[in-house]
Design a protein around this ligand. Structure first.
Ligand code: ADP
Ligand code: GN1
Ligand code: MG
Length: 373
């Protein structure tokens, strides 16, 4: 494992490999993603013009085949660009632009085996870790719905499965049981309550896969990581500008894209809030986002998919909690943590949100029924 210092040295090696304009002015860690090492790279050209880029070290423990991830991103963004151009939009701001290496590749592999990529920095953007106004959340629903509908004609069979079984909740359940059985860090005893909570919901984890097997739920090309901070807003107009973090685009269920946004955005507290009394589902935000998402999907969602939207919300919240708990039991090797027990705090928070959804289940169902007419 390389040290942070070694990685810093590799950063310069990586920058030199790409066709970025000008000389480096600065390159600092940026944003609040849990997975990749993201840097804002600022350069200055010979004419004195400042240029900005996003330089990322792709987490290749999480993404074992970064070259396949980049192949997916290149073909998906090419498809999106064509659609944006047809609609008279600006593809350089409304989708990600991959900057190539001097050898024409979409990524660079450094001398210690880390993978790097560069995107054009999307200027004048606003990145949100928390919903500020209901209107904003409604618009993010439209944007994620539209994103899915823009990809409805994309040939799904050409996509690599970037992370196998990423949102296969029954498989995630199995992973958790294995982590409990191994108890590699001796942490299972302290998580007895959380483990019991998940076990009581084992059958629920299978619900969407059953619906799919029975032909009631189609596979679509989905984003699979629809957190609010994976959309950039236009800082001037406040409109959603660009869906980012395209690493996990794969065939999946529409209701899970809906659900992950609810998990992160329609809660009354941050994902890692430790005061659980502050964590609950905000039904107004749930309604607002559902309205936007259904609208953005442009009539493509089936009635069954609309009915299953609340299930998607609970599924993604339970699954995310299970993933945080698994990572805690395995010694925090997947999600970036910023304090001790961070993953356990996140898991507890997500399970509290699941419980809140269960308390408000009838209202959630009534809202989507109402919106489907
Ligand atoms: P992670 O997978 O770790 O979440 P992301 O690709 O989402 O990584 O990037 C982390 C953050 O960096 C984003 O939430 C966003 O704030 C910022 N970011 C990423 N790409 C761009 C871009 N092209 N232009 C501007 N900001 C970006
Ligand atoms: C990760 O990459 P980021 O921070 O946008 C994770 C998501 C989780 C999320 C929880 C590739 O998202 O699946 O829902 O953290 N991404 C990956 O906040 O595992
Ligand atoms: Mg992200």
């Amino acid at each position: 494992m390389a040290t942070r210092e070694e990685l810093c040295a590799k950063k310069s090696e990586a920058i030199a490999a790409f066709t970025v304009e000008g000389e480096t002015v600065s390159c600092e860690l940026y944003g609040s993603g849990h997975i990749n090492d993201t840097h804002l790279l600022i350069t200055r050209t010979a004419e004195g013009k400042e240029r900005r880029y996003i330089l990322q070290r792709i987490n290749h423990v999480v993404f074992p085949h970064p070259e396949e991830v980049m192949e997916n991103i290149e073909s998906v963004t090419a498809h999106l660009r064509r659609g944006i151009l047809c609609e008279g939009g600006d593809p350089d701001r409304e989708t990600l632009t991959v900057v190539k290496t001097k050898e024409g590749a979409p990524y660079y592999r450094d001398s210690i085996g880390s993978f790097w990529r560069v995107y054009l920095y999307i200027e004048d953007n606003l990145s949100l870790d928390k919903v500020e106004t209901p209107e904003q959340f409604y618009k993010s629903g439209v944007a994620f719905g539209r994103f899915q509908s823009r990809l409805s004609a994309f040939p799904a069979e050409t996509l690599h499965e970037a992370i196998v079984d990423f949102h296969n909740t029954p498989v995630r359940y199995g992973n958790l049981e294995r982590a409990i059985a191994r108890d590699a860090c001796g942490r299972a005893a302290e998580c007895a309550e959380e483990i019991a909570f998940v076990r009581e919901r084992r059958e629920f984890t299978e619900l969407l896969y059953k619906a799919h097997a029975e032909g009631r739920l189609p596979l679509r090309v989905t984003h699979n990581d629809t957190k609010l901070n994976n959309i950039l807003f236009d800082a001037t107009t406040g409109e959603p500008l660009c869906v980012i973090d395209l690493d996990t685009i794969m065939p999946g269920f529409s209701v899970n894209d809906f659900g992950d946004s609810i998990r992160f955005g329609a809660t009354t507290a941050a994902e890692d809030e430790t005061d659980l009394a502050r964590v609950s589902l905000d039904l107004d935000l749930f309604r607002t986002f559902a309205r936007g998402f259904i609208e953005g999907c442009g009539g493509r969602l089936t009635e069954e998919e609309i009915t299953l939207l609340p299930v998607g919300a609970k599924m993604m919240t339970l699954e995310c909690g299970m993933r945080f708990l698994t990572d805690y039991l395995e010694g925090d090797t997947y999600f970036r943590i910023h304090r001790e027990k961070h993953n356990l705090d996140r898991a507890r928070n997500q399970f509290r949100l699941v419980a809140s959804m269960e308390e408000k289940w009838e209202e959630m169902a009534a809202i989507v029924r109402e919106l489907s007419h």
